[in-house]
Write a protein that binds this ligand. Structure first.
Ligand code: AMP
Ligand code: MG
Length: 488
């Protein structure tokens, strides 16, 4: 494994034409210290674990002394925020430090979040607080553990600086990783400022690096857009299946690679509640859990507009039309796995919808229900008490259970084999808000052990981890409706 100084960095994004980004030196935090590192991310970047101990590590990733080849820049973008077009956003508190090339030829962009003021900071202070940094760090690694496309996180660096939000908080920085941080909003910026040639420049840059199989093909831009639609449909299907609400699905938070991007006031469902609004500032529920698929199409339509100079309208429309069937196919496939169904049958959607309706009425914990469903006993005399007990209306549950049993038997399902499969589809551990909050409170007192524990447990969310059983518990009363908002 190479040492820090041997890491191969460059920054191709910084070398795009002027107007794509601005060179900005990071502003380090006072008393910067490394408080958590993801060993998985270290491996991904091929950084030797012993390097973490060196002061150069926190200096390099905390913005004090960038490594050779890094060229920190703030990228410009725009976006539709809550449905309203904002012509200029951009990295207001983050910098793209550079791209790291690994021995296998993978390229990872390193993005330093909380790095100080940039020309895009608008009214903000350019900082991130420890609370939001921990939430993003834990959730991105948890999503990866769940098999959901996401940006990753390398480490958290905390400082002594006070940062003013609704209250005084501690400033911190996060190193985020992704093959690309280009957003729908990056294309929107160049389109709406009528820099048509730059829309093409950006498209060709993204295609060359991330869609190389499309290069040189006729109608490559239309095919690119169709792939973005497909990746986004798959991504949102996975969110819906696991019970994840992003919270701020503005077009500037939509990744061109179909990754979960920009963790803010996200939330995992505790009780199954289709209209769950995790973002305290989302007064009208625009980004409620069950609206995510519709919002994704709306956002894709904004991307299509931004690509209008490259793609004939009929082709863009045809690609957009493909979202709904693709989403349904992926969602139903994921839900069949959660139900332990191997075969696809006509009545499956109805079986699922009835279950979700019963769960909504009874406010059943989403994650716990599906985990327990893996132990469903399909023999006729079984009452399946552990599941039944979750419902007030036990007769309604019994009726559903009878239909489910019939459906299982119709494909010759065998309990033990199905259980093994279902435990790979239904996580035991998800980053519930109250878990994150407990880790944050401790961290704010200087104890990062709970952050570390959650990171480790959530990186294997499908495994039984008996010593961490408590982390699979539903929220206590105080943790049920925690307010999380955008400004963090
Ligand atoms: P977000 O809601 O975090 O996706 O951010 C929306 C826009 O606001 C982006 O352009 C961010 O860079 C910017 N922004 C968010 N927080 C801050 C901050 N504390 N300082 C400067 N800019 C910020
Ligand atoms: Mg954002």
């Amino acid at each position: 494994m190479p040492s820090l100084e041997q890491l191969r960095f460059d920054n191709s994004y910084a070398h795009l034409p002027a107007g794509f980004s601005v060179r900005v030196p990071p502003q380090p935090l006072e008393d910067a210290r490394l408080v958590s590192v993801s060993p998985e991310a270290l491996r991904l970047l091929e950084i030797d674990a012993s390097e973490v101990q060196r002061p150069e590590f926190v200096e390099a990733f905390g913005g004090v002394r960038p490594l050779p080849g890094m060229e920190p820049v703030a990228a410009v973008y725009a976006g539709h925020q809550f449905g309203v077009y904002v012509p200029r956003l951009g990295d207001g508190r983050a910098l793209l430090l550079g791209e790291l090339q690994t021995s296998t030829g993978e390229r990872w962009e390193l993005n330093l979040k909380g790095s100080g003021l940039t020309p895009f900071s608008r009214r903000g202070d350019g900082r991130a607080v420890l609370r939001s940094t921990i939430r993003e760090y834990l959730c991105s690694e948890a999503m990866h553990g769940l098999g959901i496309p996401t940006t990753r996180a390398l480490c958290i660096i905390a400082g002594s600086e006070k940062v003013y939000r609704e209250e005084v908080e501690t400033g911190a920085m996060l190193i985020r990783l992704a093959p690309s941080h280009v957003r729908f909003g990056t294309f929107e910026y160049f389109h709406h400022t009528k820099q048509r040639e730059h829309v093409a420049t950006l498209a060709d840059y993204v295609l060359a690096r991330h869609f190389p199989h499309l290069e040189g093909t006729k109608d490559r831009h239309a095919r690119f857009f169709a792939e973005v639609v497909e990746r986004t449909a798959q991504l949102v299907a996975q969110w819906q299946a696991v019970g994840f609400a992003h919270g701020v699905l503005n077009t500037d938070n939509m990744s061109i690679l179909g990754l979960t991007l920009d963790y803010g006031p996200f939330g995992f469902l505790d009780d199954f509640e289709p209209g769950f609004i995790c973002n305290h500032s989302d007064d009208f529920g625009r980004y409620a859990f069950n609206k995510q698929p519709r919002i994704a199409v709306w956002n894709l339509a904004r991307l299509a507009e931004a690509l209008a100079t490259l793609i004939p309208q009929e082709e863009a429309e045809a690609a957009l039309q493909a979202f709904a069937p693709s989403f349904s196919t992926h969602f139903l496939a994921r839900m069949r796995e959660k139900l332990g169904l191997r075969e696809a049958r006509a009545g499956d959607l109805e079986l699922l919808e009835t279950l979700l309706a019963r769960m909504t009425e009874a406010r059943v914990d989403y994650t716990r229900f599906f985990r327990r469903l893996g132990r469903f006993d399909s023999s006729t005399e079984a009452r399946n008490e552990p599941l039944r007990d979750l419902f007030l209306d036990t007769a309604a549950f019994d009726a559903w259970a009878a239909a489910y049993r019939t459906r299982l038997l119709s494909e010759g399902s065998e309990d033990a084999e199905r259980c093994t499969r279902m435990e790979r589809a239904n996580p035991k551990y998800v980053l519930r808000n109250y878990l994150a909050q407990t880790a944050i409170t401790r961290a704010q007192e200087g104890d990062f052990s709970e952050v570390e524990r959650l990171r480790a447990v959530l990186s294997h969310p499908f495994d039984e981890q008996p010593e961490h059983e408590a982390l699979a518990a539903p929220p206590p009363a105080w943790g049920k409706h925690l307010a999380v908002s955008c400004s963090s």
